[in-house]
Design a protein around this ligand. Structure first.
Ligand SMILES: Cc1ncc(COP(=O)(O)O)c(C=O)c1O
Length: 403
């Protein structure tokens, strides 16, 4: 009998498993950790959504098994969102599935469409499920650049021509986690044209559809005429409505892919608890003001982070979307790589971050900082970091671990 199971051997420990014990030890010693590591929204779910859940849960009829592809009202609400936000018309019965968070939807889509040895093109660095969803399903991942710049189409063509067998799918994720790269409709148009010509499915992760800071909101790949023939897209309630623990997301788009996902899910789950789905309907059909508010808070935190870390001597490129900054490791620490630098940050400054290598080997010169602490604490984190970077001590009062 093998010591380690076949699938488990293909899943390295989540990167936070290296960091969390250090964080826990520091906390146990009384250090106030300012945690910019996980992208776990700290804002409360808006009250009207919580109230809808409370009201619905009182009805015993909602306590039975729900439906694995989502209640009709929820699929309809998601179709209307796509209509008003992107001008994309969706059939709620055949082109929309509600998922237990977009992560579950993505992983089960990978499972539904992958045969052993199938090649999939995945950005690197990227959110881990984009690659490991396929690896768990027996697929083979070929890395693509995450940056949708002028070289992207050349890289795509090279990857397709040199992959044997030919890739079955391409993963896109804009606005991107962890890099915060964004893409426009011209980019999607070129990619769709190429993938259609080469019979490659597109899986687009649009979890940050509403967390953007520019005038122009991020587009959907489904806005490209004909994209529906080859593309599905995943969206999430987690960030848009600060509902990460509720586990509600969606897959929409190509009917064949959506049917495949629905089939797999019908064997695995009975859908989210009905009151959660009803509350999600209230969120989607409710006022956009709550979403504007969430966006405003993340934008403010972004500005505070870029400004205060910049003054501390750590220059951070300004992210145009998502709830993350993707910051090159400061020169004097670049030789450490991202994991060792992340450990050093916790030990010496009490600031928790995500090491870039956790998102793929091409992320190892970067650190991801999430906007999940309030303005005051972000400023405090910057003051603590300033000490490590050799700047003058601010008014920080962190107790360094080794003190
Ligand atoms: C790009 C991306 N996709 C998907 C997810 C997962 O979201 P959900 O809570 O809907 O599963 C995240 C969460 O951080 C993410 O960053």
């Amino acid at each position: 009998m093998s010591e380690v199971f076949h699938r488990i051997r293909r899943l390295p420990p989540y990167v936070f498993e290296h960091i969390n014990p250090i964080k826990a030890k520091a906390r146990a010693e009384g250090v106030d950790i300012i945690d910019l590591g996980m992208g776990n929204p700290d804002l409360p779910t808006p009250e009207h959504i919580v109230n809808k859940l409370k009201e619905t849960v009182a009805d015993p009829r909602t306590h039975r098994y729900s439906t694995s592809k989502g209640i009709p009202g929820l699929r309809k609400a998601q179709a209307s969102y796509y209509g008003r936000r992107f001008g994309v018309k969706l059939n709620p019965d055949t082109q929309v599935v509600a998922t237990l968070g977009s992560k579950e939807g993505f992983a089960n889509m990978a499972q539904a469409i992958t045969a052993p040895g199938d090649v999939v093109l995945v950005p690197n660095p990227t959110y881990p499920i984009h690659s490991f969803g396929f690896i768990m399903s027996g697929g083979v991942v070929r890395s693509m650049p995450a940056d949708p710049n002028e070289d992207f189409m050349r890289s795509l063509d090279r990857a397709v021509r040199h992959s044997i067998p030919k890739p079955i799918a391409l993963v896109l994720n804009y606005p991107a986690n962890p890099t915060a790269y964004t893409a426009d409709l011209d980019f999607y148009t070129e990619v769709v044209k190429y993938c259609k010509a080469n019979d490659i499915f597109i899986l687009s992760d649009l979890a940050y559809s509403e967390i953007y800071f520019d005038e122009a909101p991020p587009p959907s790949v489904l806005q490209v005429p004909g994209a529906m023939d080859i593309a599905v897209e995943f969206t999430s309630m987690s960030k848009t409505y600060s509902m990460p623990g509720w586990r509600v997301g969606f897959a929409v788009g190509n009917e064949r892919l959506i049917a495949a996902l629905a089939r797999v899910k019908s064997y695995l789950d009975y859908g989210a608890f009905t009151p959660i789905q009803v509350a999600a309907v209230a969120a989607l059909n409710g006022s956009d003001e709550v979403v504007d508010e969430v966006r405003k808070i993340y934008k403010h935190r972004r500005d505070v982070m870029v400004e205060s870390f910049g003054r501390a001597g750590w220059s951070i490129p300004v992210p145009r979307a998502t709830m993350f900054a993707w910051a090159p490791i400061p020169d004097q620490f670049a030789h450490l790589g991202s994991l060792e630098f992340a450990k050093l940050l916790i030990q010496e400054t009490g600031v928790g971050v995500a090491p870039g290598v956790g998102f793929g080997e091409y992320g190892d010169q970067y650190i991801r900082l999430a906007f999940v602490e309030n303005e005051q604490r972000i400023r405090q984190a910057a003051r603590n970091v300033k000490k490590l970077l050799g700047g003058k001590t601010g008014q920080g009062n962190v107790v360094p671990l080794k003190a």
